[in-house]
Design a protein around this ligand. Sequence first.
Ligand code: T5A
Ligand code: NA
Length: 229
Amino acid sequence: MAKRGVFVVIEGLDRSGKSTQSQRLFEHLQEKTGKARLLKFPDRTTAIGKMIDGYLRSESDLDDRAIHLLFAANRWECAASIERDLLAGTSIVCDRYAFSGIAFSAAKVAVSKSSEGNEVRESILTYEWCKSPDTGLPAPDMVIFLDVTPEVARSRGGYGEERYEKEETQLRVKEQFRKIEQDVVKNFTGIEWWNLDASKSLDEISESIRNLVALPSDGVPANINKMWM
Ligand code: T5A
Ligand code: NA
């Protein structure tokens, strides 16, 4: 039977270099093993992905819960094929996954004024609520988080025009990613979490990623874990 493929998720803030590094890792694994697949979430090509795309470009407005469920549904559309490919020995590189799902939704706040006239910020969705729709998805073997400051992001042409691409939002999202990291490290031993300094050069980061991924590919367990279970 073919050895199972390794499932690597690249996460990080906007402009941290996820897409560039995912593409590079995919090409490296393809060259090394001949069996690799590159995935990206949101996958804006499906019917659900088109609704997400409209929301991100602020062409449509959706309830915060509705959009959260669409992001998760967009991953569920791929769940069976991820499992099938991993078991057939194909390695998967995934540009954002359920971790982004939690981080961006749990970072949302409602702003109101207190009776004294101060601004009050309250979370709209709880961390636990944000976790639940992804429960049962195939879990990755490792998450590589690309860490970047707003200053570095700005030097890369700044954040774009899309929803969430604002410095204040990005800082709150980063806080949520730290919480997810702690949760993963403490409660989900099947998922390795690595942080990389994404202010380094493209080549230095690619090399670090290749070194990390070389480790578990020798000893990937036969079974595939499920998210948050
Ligand atoms: N979202 C996503 C949710 O709310 N819930 C979810 O469940 C999911 C999955 C869209 C948005 O959706 C949210 C999160 C997002 O806000 P997206 O389509 O992945 O997500 O878009 P972005 O993440 O915004 O993609 P970006 O293009 O901003 O970031 P990348 O992929 O991190 O960066 P990349 O590789 O495209 O590089 C950006 C630029 O920087 C340069 C590159 O050449 C490029 O020009 N660069 C570097 N320059 C110097 N040194 C380096 N090390 C560099 N790395 C990259
Ligand atoms: Na990207």
